[in-house]
Design a protein around this ligand. Sequence first.
Ligand code: PPS
Ligand code: MG
Ligand code: MG
Ligand code: MG
Length: 383
Amino acid sequence: MEKEKYSEELNVAVRVVHMACSLCQKVQKGLLGKAFGDDDEVKSKDDDSLVTIADWSVQATVSWILSNTFGSEFVSIVAEEDVQTLSKPESAGLLGKVVSTVNECLAQASRYGLKGPDKILGPSEILEAISRCNSKGGPLGRHWVLDPVDGTLGFVRGGQYAVALALIDNAEVVVGVLGCPNYHMKRDRHNKQQQNHISSEVPVPSPDMLEEGCVMYSKKGTGEAWVQPTVYGDGKYEWPNFAKQVRVSPIDDPALATFCEPVERANSNHSFAAGLASSVGLRNKPLRVYSMVKYAAIAQGDAEIFMKFARAGYKEKIWDHAAGVLIVQEAGGVVTDAGGRSLDFSKGIYLESLDRGIVACSGTKLHEKLIGAVYASWESSSL
Ligand SMILES: Nc1ncnc2c1ncn2[C@@H]1O[C@H](COP(=O)(O)OS(=O)(=O)O)[C@@H](OP(=O)(O)O)[C@H]1O
Ligand SMILES: [Mg+2]
Ligand SMILES: [Mg+2]
Ligand SMILES: [Mg+2]
């Protein structure tokens, strides 16, 4: 792949994810000041999962920036949220909050080197921006894939969550950006690799920058993944900020490795993962973390393994994985389904032919052991 290919897409994606992180920070702070269930900013969807003003507002913001930058007729976006609830007459208050949140965020676009709207966007333009993300993806052409807030449960509980944006080109994930507003980049005393791909200026990081959230990103085929601290709306850190290369952990001894998995039992079979863990000799307790922050943890070497085994019948969606998978792979890791096959992003919004679950590892040695254990457990359970 030519070096410059997708550079502009990556550049815009990183900036808009930084904007989205700042938006989410503000909304999460506001939510945490209220008693859970005591506000109208969190709604339940038909499948009982949650959606908040942050989910809709990030989707509108990213959609507006991508469409305005690349031309709406050229942009296909596959994203999680729709406007069903938001466009009901009784949701006028909720829509009003989304409209002001999006406008407040877009007003900051120039701080991130992006162009915002010339005038305030009205409710119909915001609804249009959200519903424009209704592409079904597929095997051909370019599709942006967005999870505006991944781990919404973590978000409303004051925990980890992520903003995930990827670009798929002819079924391959070519750009991945993961905003993790509550997950800090790894501290390392030397920071020799700092460099900035997004700008020529390279400010020196102050130690407290490393305590804040981060945005990770990568481009397919580069063999590199990068992390930046988040830029906050309070003017504490100004854009452009620096970037540091991330790399997976060198640990390949199961006895020293740590695995992460979803927090909720409903989302992943904890006992199946525990069985695999013990059969390959993992000793550490699982790290249960909301959202795609689990991929970020693998990419920067905070953990070695991520396993997710959803219940039979649940179909994984591409926006829950695309950005994280690319970042882990380019940082040196391996990600497949539980049968050891690559994930197939060509079938539209679902990972259609996924075999049982997802296994992401820092290296092939751990990965082979885990896939072997999946096969062994499968054989013994079907005896
Ligand atoms: N039943 C079921 N099984 C498996 N996965 C499901 C299920 N229901 C939802 N989801 C998707 O899981 C996303 C959240 O994954 P997490 O790893 O954050 O799960 S957890 O909250 O830590 O348990 C979550 O993403 P968000 O909706 O963006 O939060 C969902 O897309
Ligand atoms: Mg959701
Ligand atoms: Mg999600
Ligand atoms: Mg989501």
